[in-house]
Design a protein around this ligand. Sequence first.
Ligand SMILES: C[S@@+](CC[C@H](N)C(=O)[O-])C[C@H]1O[C@@H](n2cnc3c(N)ncnc32)[C@H](O)[C@@H]1O
Length: 363
Amino acid sequence: MIQDDVKDYYGKVLQGSDDLQTNACCTPDDVPDYLRAVLGKIHPEVSEKYYGCGLVAPMALQGASILDLGSGSGRDVYALAGLVGEAGQVVGVDMTDEQLDVARRHVDFHAGAFGYGAPNTVFHKGYIERLGELGLADASFDIIVSNCVINLSPDKPAVLREAFRLLKPGGELYFSDVYADRRVPQELLEDLVLYGECLSGALYWNDFLTLAKEAGFADPRLVEDRVLTIENPEIEAKLGGIGFYSATYRLFKLDLEPSCEDFGLSVTYKGTMPNGGSEFVLDKGHVFAAGEAVAVCGNSYRMLAESRFAPYFEFEGDFSSHRGIFAGCGEDMPFDGGNVGGCCGGGESQPADAANGSSGSCC
Ligand SMILES: C[S@@+](CC[C@H](N)C(=O)[O-])C[C@H]1O[C@@H](n2cnc3c(N)ncnc32)[C@H](O)[C@@H]1O
């Protein structure tokens, strides 16, 4: 069974990130200072067994309750524990004993490192497709994260359904994973190294979007992506030209529409988000500069007004008057491997006065 092979890969074959055969499970170095400071407090044994492919630290975490799907040695759980504060809580779930052993060994160490009176972390052994077995209640988490894990699941629709069930309304699944630019042939799924290295189990990006919508996440938003260069000629030859990307998506549990609709709404970021600086990135197409009113579609408006981000924005308009669809909500491949830019597959966010009333504006 593939899950036993994956357990073996992460529990016995790999002893640390140096043993990885490709660069699929590695995170770029451009980490913001506040996060670098928290990561600096993580126990070295935990960091050595980190196999993530992105950063899963969204903004505004103070007091949040967070679930990490496939928490491994616990690096993201502990980083998030430092960010949610003593009033927050972070729960990790993983199926591999060896990884859980490392994570659990350092619970008290991290409570001490963050200056907390008691630990705010807990690790459960379990399968991310069957979280009901762990007694986790419906609508009990503000945020669910995952870092380079869902590609390893043999039942990805079940993982997305479980995440939707466990999120509170207005909560989000914010996760980094590997995607392919086409469907990966079955014979590559049977190659244990390709699968274990988070490549051949990767979803074709458009199939992922379909599955996310079927699970209830109506408007998946791409936050960032980068090309995976693999850097192993033998493995590249086996992959036969399939392109792989690491991408971070955010999926809100909100009553959203299938498309970006224009109601003449706008929002202004107040610039007050802790650690946020002078701009807030909702996704690749929505970077809000402090103090600037920006026209947004109904879905973007709800993502800000009906989530933990609401206190950091001013909102203008209501849903009483529909003006049609925002142009640029296309179906092209969303990844360009670059940095922030683009919008819903199309143009860019614009100031409200430039975009209001214009059918060419962006969501
Ligand atoms: C690539 S590692 C990433 C670990 C961790 N997120 C990190 O960033 O270091 C994948 C992890 O997911 C776990 N995993 C894979 N499939 C799982 C499943 N179906 N249920 C629970 N854990 C799973 C593995 O045991 C392994 O620890």
